[in-house]
Design a protein around this ligand. Structure first.
Ligand SMILES: Cc1ncc(COP(=O)(O)O)c(C=O)c1O
Length: 411
């Protein structure tokens, strides 16, 4: 098994069990030959100093490896793991039923209360997948006669949810509030295309941090437009919850927006929380409505008890000194990683403190070469090209971490 520093998965806060071996599944035979030749340490074939993953791992075991925090990462992570194991012992592996069908357990109530409190909303509802959260809740919120105004780079789960809703969909240019306002103004002036009746509801959907671009959305401007045109606002915080804002409370905290100004705060547990599942936090009426109408809540088997417990444990850690230090360290590492890449001549997209760090390769033919070169240096990252990006904006996407980055770039 080839061991790599895993900058491919979204383990932003370092909660996942292994930070270094996650990419073994992606390793080809050719890469295995490398392993046989050199063992786990990074290659030094072009004379440059590279970080040895084995060395990093050793340091991690000893104590926190970040140059900026004093967190005791292993013990917090171990506590999360032991709680998950204990939950499996008490409740079993599966919830064995949908939430409305005897699948609701005490851990589900607890995670809902904790997430609502954490993001500053009255109530929350959790689902077994982030994908299912978007794809089944959007159709429960809007339907024929309503309008969705969606950012052009919104995630596939949002696109599927919008299409399934039956509402009219208009797409605005990515992160462009002028275009957003143009569409809103027109929709209100002209109404529905055939009947000219006013739309029932208008729902704006954006993401907190865009997973291919690394941009943090312009929430203040979007909230101002939502108020001006009396719309509803849905923000997908998959990549922002736990990862940005001073205490990890996401894009509202980062931009200084009151969570009351965002009608629906959606998020996933697969990134910063190193678990599985999704949530929507909103006022109690909306959450109660979703409990009755989201097909995932009614027909899907509920979140497994251990994954719910992992979210509870991660939220507990996040609200301690060491959890806050992880968030601060992630921010510092993201800024450092980006600026060091730029200093080395790379074109890097995204906001400086965003944990998503896309490095532009442009030409599709560079993708395999860059991927292989990264693996040779024992770094796993995701290369992304058409159709996920336009043909000439291929890129490699690194997910920043609260630890390791300073080791990686040798500062
Ligand atoms: C913005 C966004 N929303 C939703 C999802 C789906 O979440 P999950 O993978 O937890 O099902 C993702 C997954 O990457 C995402 O990036």
């Amino acid at each position: 098994v080839l061991q790599c520093l895993n900058l491919a998965s979204y383990n932003y806060l370092g909660f996942a069990a292994s930070l270094v071996s996650g990419s073994s599944r992606h390793v080809s035979q050719q890469d295995n030959q490398l392993d046989q030749g050199r063992g786990v340490g990074c290659g030094d074939d072009d004379g440059q100093t590279k970080v040895s993953v084995a060395a990093i791992e050793g340091q991690c075991d000893a104590q926190d490896v970040s140059s900026t925090t004093a967190t005791k990462t292993p013990s917090d992570n171990e506590r999360c793991l032991l709680s998950a194991i204990e939950t499996v012992r008490r409740f079993g592996v599966s919830a064995s039923g949908s939430r409305t069908d005897a699948g609701t357990l005490a851990v589900h109530h607890k995670v809902e209360q904790m997430i609502a409190h954490f993001v500053g909303k009255e109530a929350a509802i959790v689902f077994n997948m982030g994908y299912a959260t978007n794809s089944t809740c959007i159709p429960a919120l809007v339907s024929e006669g309503d309008l969705i105004v969606s950012d052009s780079l919104n995630h596939a789960s949002i696109v599927v949810g919008c299409r399934a809703s039956g509402a009219k969909i208009k797409v605005f240019q990515h992160d462009n509030c002028v275009d957003l306002e143009r569409i809103l103004r027109r929709a209100i002036l002209k109404g529905q295309s055939r009947t000219r009746r006013p739309y029932g509801k208008i729902l704006i959907i954006v993401e907190g941090v865009y997973s291919m671009e690394g941009e943090i959305c312009r929430l203040r401007e979007i909230v101002a437009l939502k108020r001006k045109y009396n719309c509803f606002l849905y923000v997908d915080e998959a990549h922002s919850i736990g990862a940005i804002g001073e205490t990890g409370r996401g894009v509202c905290e980062h931009t200084g927006v009151d969570p009351a100004d965002v009608d629906l705060l959606m998020g996933t547990f697969t990134k910063a929380f190193a678990s599985v599942g999704g949530y929507i936090a909103a006022n109690r009426d909306i959450v109660d409505h979703l409990r009755r109408t989201s097909s995932s809540y009614v027909y899907d088997t509920a979140m497994s008890p251990a994954t719910a417990q992992q979210v509870i444990s991660a939220l507990e850690v996040l609200q301690t000194e060491s959890g806050r230090a992880r968030v601060a360290s992630l921010r510092q590492n993201s800024i450092l990683f980006r600026s060091e890449l730029k200093a080395r001549g790379f074109h890097v997209f995204g906001d400086e403190s965003s944990p998503v760090v896309p490095v532009m390769l442009y030409y599709p033919c560079k993708m395999p070469a860059f991927s292989r070169a990264s693996l040779q240096r024992r770094i796993a990252a995701v290369v992304v090209g058409y159709p996920a990006t336009s043909f000439l904006s291929s890129r490699i996407r690194f997910a920043s971490l609260s630890i390791y980055i300073s080791f990686l770039i040798g500062v």
